[in-house]
Design a protein around this ligand. Structure first.
Ligand code: SPV
Ligand code: MG
Length: 292
């Protein structure tokens, strides 16, 4: 029988991790293959990253792709996995109506968690040196209320992401916003910072007092060990783009070696085997269908 990729909900994985006194470890990916490699490495969930999905199309992470395109990437990833996908849905792709449609579509595709951010549409990737203007708190809270009203299953998990710190505002503003977002029904909050240390996030956590689960994305403060993050009150850590960055370097080195050397002999020990590809495709199970 073909293994169907039955996956637990993000909510249940989070509950299990919290009960065990640890955090959900999430790896960024843009397709099923990346997701499957993350699952095999031991990650608890996969982040369908807008940065990765748009970069995989050589497009900026700037609300250029449509909801349908992001959904396709997230849903194809989820179908291949036995762990949940947390979908990065940017601003929700528009206003309240777009948010409702987004929730219905993602949930119907088997996605059990989405993260919506409080920037204005169209948004720009958080690390781009430009303005990152936020929606006013009430307008974003209204989006969250709509998201929660639109969901059909109890398990569906809505993460409210504040970009207050990315926009140059203070920790107090991030806190005020996150409290308003939880009041509006958000199941968890993501506080994003682009500082080279975890200092802003630590200040947030100290005041937040675990009011709702906190998600962090330690891209610019990579030395924060997950055990220390848990001690500080973090529930979920997203390693958002390390997989893509590793892929870029590996492909660049591999392709230039082939062009330079005119043969692939030297590479063979450093790259995955074709057999490895077949295993990741689940080929053996599919071949069994031929003699069923
Ligand atoms: C992503 O991976 O798309 C994110 C995280 O949203 S960041 O790139 O840091 O904005
Ligand atoms: Mg993103």
């Amino acid at each position: 029988m073909l293994k169907s990729a039955l996956h637990p909900s993000f909510r249940s994985v989070l509950a299990a991790r919290r009960a065990a006194g640890s955090a959900v470890r999430v790896a960024g990916a843009h397709d099923a293959l990346g997701g499957r490699l993350a699952e095999a490495a031991g990650f608890d969930a996969v982040w369908a990253s807008s940065l990765e999905v748009s970069a995989a199309r050589c497009l900026p992470d700037a609300s250029v792709l449509t909801m349908t395109e992001y959904l396709e990437a997230a849903a194809n990833t989820q179908k291949a996995l036995g762990i949940p996908v947390v979908a990065d849905v940017d601003t929700g792709y528009g206003n309240n109506l777009n948010v409702a449609h987004m929730v219905r579509e993602y949930e119907a595709a088997g996605i059990t968690a989405v993260a919506i951010e409080d920037k204005q549409f169209p948004k720009m990737n958080s690390f781009v040196a430009t303005s990152h203007t936020l929606l006013d708190t009430d307008t974003f809270a209204s989006k969250l209320r709509v998201a929660k009203q639109a969901q059909r299953t109890e398990d569906f998990f809505v993460i409210a992401r504040t970009e207050a710190l990315i926009d140059g505002l203070g920790v107090e503003v991030a806190l005020e916003r996150c409290h308003a977002y939880v009041d509006a029904g958000a199941d968890g909050v993501l506080v994003h910072s682009k500082k080279p240390t975890n200092e802003q996030v630590l200040a947030f956590l100290a005041e937040w007092q675990d009011r709702a689960p906190v998600v962090v994305v330690p891209t610019t403060y990579p030395d924060w060990h997950i055990d220390d993050a848990v001690k500080a009150g973090v529930s979920t850590v997203i390693y958002a783009n390390q997989g893509l960055r590793a892929t870029i370097r590996a492909l660049r080195e591999t392709f230039s070696t082939i062009v330079d050397q005119g043969a692939t002999t030297e590479l063979e020990d450093r790259i995955a085997s074709v057999k490895d590809i077949f295993a990741l495709q689940g080929l053996a199970e599919w071949q069994e269908l031929e003699s069923a």
